[in-house]
Design a protein around this ligand. Sequence first.
Ligand SMILES: NC(=O)c1ccc[n+]([C@@H]2O[C@H](COP(=O)([O-])OP(=O)(O)OC[C@H]3O[C@@H](n4cnc5c(N)ncnc54)[C@H](O)[C@@H]3O)[C@@H](O)[C@H]2O)c1
Ligand SMILES: [Zn+2]
Length: 368
Amino acid sequence: MTVERVALRVGEDESVIWLGRGLLEQAADRLVSPSGRFLLVSSRSARPATDRLRPVLASSLILDVEIEDSEQEKTLDAVSEIADRALEKGVRRDDAFVAVGGGVVTDLVGFAAAILLRGVAWNAVPTTVAGMADAAIGGKTGVDHRLGKNLLGAFHFPRSIVVDPSAAATLSDRDYRSGLVEAFKGVWIRNAKASARAETLLPAIRSRDEEALLELVSDAVRIKADIVSSDPKESGERRLLNFGHTLGHAFEAAGGYRELRHGEAVAWGISAALTISRDRAGLSEDEAARVREVLARLGPFPEPVRSAEVLRPLLSRDKKRSASGLAGVLLEEIGRARVEENVPEAEWLAAAAHARLPPALQTRSNPT
Ligand SMILES: NC(=O)c1ccc[n+]([C@@H]2O[C@H](COP(=O)([O-])OP(=O)(O)OC[C@H]3O[C@@H](n4cnc5c(N)ncnc54)[C@H](O)[C@@H]3O)[C@@H](O)[C@H]2O)c1
Ligand SMILES: [Zn+2]
């Protein structure tokens, strides 16, 4: 088995990302706990992965619990519950959590680890494609507040992240495809070669070939690790990772977080951002079409709400807003993106109204 190691350095801290097929069974030396004791927190849907990992930790586990992992459960109450269980078991500052699950689980457990006893170590074992390529990497942890998503949180880097693409084998087709959008986003903003490679691999990735998935995830992880190392607190370059998210967040909210998966909303957000990128950042028609074609082949995705009346108030809540417009990430060419600070709201709304993915491909990938 080939195992890759990617180090993400932030000041004194190092987050090490391990990637390999079948790594779950061989995670023993890769999960880190200063005391040697672990607290395992996972979700029901991640059970097949947890069952593969548990024997590795067996004798050093002081806690082994399952939590709910719907977005509605990503709350301070859930963090409090994890803290209760850990404190009841006598958790100490030199123990470490292991979070097994999608982004909801890793965000929650990472945040619990950040605040429990003023910070204990944690490790992430992502079981979704979005988690492997994005959510588990980069130290952002947190929960939702009734006034908005991810409003409470902390930067707390996992000591180790174990990425085994076979953990995604049980994902629904819809979750799998929507997670791929975030992986492609990573290569589009930063690496033209990786993007071309991913396009070639797309048929294999779509048919759930784990080696092909691992190649794309590995490129996305390296790109994210590189960006986060140079800008851990998102004051500059890290903002590029928000490609497709200005409208993506609004589309997601407009559907009440039920109609569209995050990655699906981001796919539509990217499609709209491509139009603005053509107008403002010199993106060629050809390259915009290439990105749209990949998105179409990852779909079909449910249609977003496009109405300006619905989207306007959601856009105006965006954290990236200034007086004259909204910041967004534009693609100059495949592999190179930039942040544009003040794109007028009207341009976003027009792009949202007209965001399209090639219809022929949408139909071909879903004959019904
Ligand atoms: N911290 C970050 O930098 C960051 C970045 C992106 C997203 N996020 C957060 O991550 C969350 C989204 O994460 P996600 O896309 O991984 O989705 P998710 O955690 O909501 O999981 C998606 C679905 O897949 C199920 N699931 C998980 N693993 C499975 C498996 N192996 N087999 C079958 N089903 C499985 C879950 O139960 C859920 O229904 C959001 O809360 C978002 O805010 C965080
Ligand atoms: Zn995202």
